[in-house]
Ligand binder design. Structure first.
Ligand code: PEP
Ligand code: MN
Length: 351
């Protein structure tokens, strides 16, 4: 249920409504937009008459949120959410590009990739240290040692770091190091993990499950939002279909569908959605043209020797070319790419 306050409602009236919502045993989620103040009352609202809140001073309108996801819905939060992390904003006019290797393999590999990604214009660095591998015998990641290497790469380049978390037992160590917690496709419905992440205040990149619907992705986001962690970005990374010519099928449709349904930023991962370096740039361009707020791209200094996902990893020079192309598409869309230079300037407070 959402309680829309009148434009001239006083802070005392807002407070009084919040008090009533709490008294009804519901959770309060306040959305203070430019246009309106909306009080989200989330919980068992079926038997609660809307009149109970409609009568209160300062209330304009009480509406039930029709979608099963509430806090994630555009109905609850009509304006786009802009998520800021350390000078970088995602979901506004600028397009963010997260780049880096699938896995952190060594100090030289991550520092070299970070530097190259930054020079090409990336606005954040990715790297996996806890890897969800299909085979238990495959490389599982460097763990905390990898986090230390990523922190060193952040120090060197100034780029915020995005790292996948696999289990709630990793929350403590991860929030110590990372700027964005990535929830992988295989964990999209690990509800215990989602709840644990919802209890943190670290921004999240939530990837769509291999065979999850858009609605299921939004319900997973709702778990994190319900815990009070509002900085959630969604990621389309391709879904399983009958098609075998690419690793997954990029659901480009999901981008405008999500932008319509939710206020949360939408990122596209053309690396895992295609599974092949030859197709990454084309799908990256399509994603930005379709309205994505950013990209996450796997880059490796020597893809042939990568321990994971070398097949779709771009060489730094291929990534630099992709950035150029995507920048032009962004311009046509009336948006701009946050290049690392602009990002660093914003971070340091330069004009
Ligand atoms: C990854 O980002 O390296 C990864 C494992 O992605 P996904 O969860 O989308 O498969
Ligand atoms: Mn990967």
């Amino acid at each position: 249920m959402m309680i829309i306050m009148k434009a001239n409602a006083t802070p005392q009236q807002v407070e009084a409504v919040i008090e009533q919502v709490k008294r009804a045993g519901l959770n309060v989620h306040l959305s203070q937009g430019v246009e309106a103040t909306i009080i989200g009352a989330v919980g068992e609202t079926h038997n609660l008459p809307v009149e109970r809140f409609e009568r209160l001073d300062g209330v304009q309108l009480v509406q039930r949120i029709t979608q099963p996801y509430k806090l994630a819905s555009r109905q609850f939060h009509p304006e786009d959410s802009v998520i800021t992390l350390d000078g970088l904003s995602v979901g506004g006019n600028e397009i963010a590009v997260i780049a880096g290797p699938c896995s952190v393999e060594s100090r030289s590999q991550i520092l070299e990739t970070a530097q190259a990604a930054k020079e090409a214009g990336a606005s954040a660095l990715r790297g996996g240290v806890f890897k969800p591998r299909t085979s238990p015998y495959a490389f599982q990641g460097l763990g905390e040692e990898g986090l230390e290497l990523l922190a060193e790469a952040r120090e060197l380049t100034g780029l915020p770091i995005v790292v996948e978390i696999m289990s709630q037992v990793q929350v403590e160590v991860m929030v110590k190091y990372v700027d964005v917690l990535q929830v992988g496709a295989r964990n999209m419905q690990n509800f215990n993990l989602l709840r644990a992440i919802g209890a943190t205040r670290t921004p999240v990149l939530l990837k769509r499950g291999l065979s999850a619907t858009v609605e299921e992705l939004l319900m997973s986001a709702e778990y994190i939002l319900a815990g009070g962690n509002t900085r959630v970005m969604l990621c389309e990374r391709g879904i399983r279909t009958f098609e075998t010519s690419t690793r997954n099928t990029t659901d480009i449709n999901a981008i405008p569908v999500l932008k319509h349904a939710t206020h949360l930023p939408v990122i596209l991962d053309p690396s895992h959605s295609t599974g092949h370096a030859n197709y990454v740039a084309a799908i990256a361009r399509a994603g930005i043209a379709a309205g994505a707020d950013g990209l996450i791209i796997e880059v490796h200094p020597d893809p042939a020797s990568a321990v994971s996902d070398g097949k779709h990893s771009l060489k730094p020079e291929q990534f630099a070319e992709l950035i150029q192309q995507v920048g032009q598409i962004a311009q046509i869309m009336g948006r701009s790419l946050v290049t690392s230079r602009a990002f660093q300037a914003a971070k340091n407070g330069w004009a």
